[in-house]
Design a protein around this ligand. Structure first.
Ligand code: ZN
Ligand code: FE
Length: 270
């Protein structure tokens, strides 16, 4: 399984994974020129600590959405780095729910940072303002949209919107793309996945690998997109096994299957 430590020297920036609280991740992007950017900002202290250890100047905050565990440290980071550019999507800007936002990123917009190029994609579903940061180096920061083995809860959007986000946007990325989600939910996600896809050999093998990583306190994130196609039930809504587990027939539209799966997961206590 890949993790931040396995980055090859040719990648434009390193990704430093910062675990926060029980299951959040912030990601520090470090191009090795003394600058850094952070993807999501749950808590200032651990982020500032890594920055000061490396003597790094924070140039950008890339927020994925407005939930507190993704923007909670914005003000403190702005106080420490007054020139920092705070990025978020249009919907969240219009609703003024990303503290200190200075830059509105549009769907499909590209920008250069850290020697790489990022394509911004709107993925409304978990929240209506959610965006993903998809880099040319085949690394995507997907917040609470696509988790390893799962997807975000539908707080503001619909199952049809999540279907679009997963299949039409993130699912269209290169299969080798590393997906950096914002929570370490993998173990519970796979426990649920096994209830609807119990004979999936790859899922069963991954479950053992994940249990072993977690027992040693190691992260399971990032995943690769090709792996998600194989094991994530929310990306397998066309699978006859999963449809059968949900009592959905083969003619049901995929977003209905996804919605039924999401509802089942919401009530899952495994
Ligand atoms: Zn969230
Ligand atoms: Fe979150």
């Amino acid at each position: 399984m890949d993790n931040a430590a396995s980055m090859t020297p040719s990648t434009p920036f390193d990704v430093v994974q910062i675990p926060v609280w029980t299951d959040n991740y912030a990601y520090l992007l470090c191009p090795r020129d003394g600058t850094a950017a952070v993807v999501d900002s749950p808590e200032a202290e651990p982020i500032l600590e890594v920055l000061s250890q490396g003597g790094l100047q924070l140039t950008h905050i890339f927020n994925t959405h407005h939930h507190f565990d993704h923007i909670g440290a914005n003000q403190e980071l702005i106080a420490a780095f007054p020139d920092v550019v705070v990025c978020g999507g249009r919907y969240d800007a219009e609703h003024q729910r990303i503290p200190g936002q200075t830059r509105i990123l549009e769907d499909g917009e590209t920008f250069e940072w850290g020697g790489d190029r990022c394509t911004v994609r709107e993925v409304p579903a978990h929240t209506l303002g959610h965006i993903a940061y998809c880099w040319d180096s085949n690394r995507a920061f997907v917040g609470d949209t696509l988790f390893f083995g799962g997807c975000g809860r539908l707080f503001e959007g619909t199952a049809a919107m999540m279907d679009r986000a997963l299949y039409e946007v993130l699912g269209r990325l290169d299969n080798s793309t590393l997906l950096y989600c914002a929570h370490e939910y993998t173990e519970a996600n796979l426990r649920f996945a096994r209830t609807v896809d119990p004979h999936n050999a790859e899922l069963l093998a991954l479950s053992e690998e994940v249990a072993s990583l977690r027992a040693r306190g190691k992260p399971t994130v990032p995943s690769r997109l090709e792996q998600e196609w194989a094991i994530n039930p929310f990306l397998r809504c066309d699978s006859p096994t999963i449809r059968q587990a949900l009592n959905c027939d083969t003619s049901s539209p995929r977003h209905e299957v996804l919605g039924a799966l999401r509802t089942l997961k919401d009530g899952f206590r495994g």
